[in-house]
Ligand binder design. Sequence first.
Ligand code: SF4
Length: 213
Amino acid sequence: MTEAVLGWHKDNARKFPWRESSDVYRVLVAEKLLQQTRADQAERAYLEVIARWPDPCSLSRASPRELERVLKPLGFYRFRSRELIGIARALCRGGVSEEGIRSLKGVGDYVYAAVLASCFGKPILAIDTNVARVLARALHGRESLTRQEARRYATAFSPILEELGPRRVLYALLDLGSAVCKRINPRCGECPASGLCNYYQLGAPASASSKAR
Ligand code: SF4
């Protein structure tokens, strides 16, 4: 299934500036901006943040008001601004180890896993709601994973991730969840994983089957 999804992704990958970087600061900025935000909106804010504050030390000295102004269109802007400046200060002070990143305020399981995969090449799968939905449907034929399953799947695919690249697999699943395995009306007929997907094989909902080619 992974190979089929990666094959599909060659022609369907979304391009975002943070996907070109393995810098911890840039990846953390991107992940914080992406939370509960459409990727195109997050992209505009990301480009402005990085243009104005290209490294953690410059952001650590930023005026919170100025950062809030940039983040306002995304919502939760005061909260995000506080967290980002806090993260930037910690990174600027130095000495934030790979494990230490998890203890930064605002870095939860998903963001931490995304940083480990994107910046350190660790074979760990970052599971957000989109990835969880794809895995739940494909592997279990249902809509969501339990907390235990999500925890287990974060490391269960380590050999595959090591072989194929954790970042590559993560982006493919994120893009599949966004473009094909949508929350409403998944496009199973266009899906590279449909041959092995429990949700589809067990009789996808009418909305999904009706889209099948
Ligand atoms: S076949 Fe349908 S439900 Fe299964 S992964 Fe693809 S889009 Fe999602």
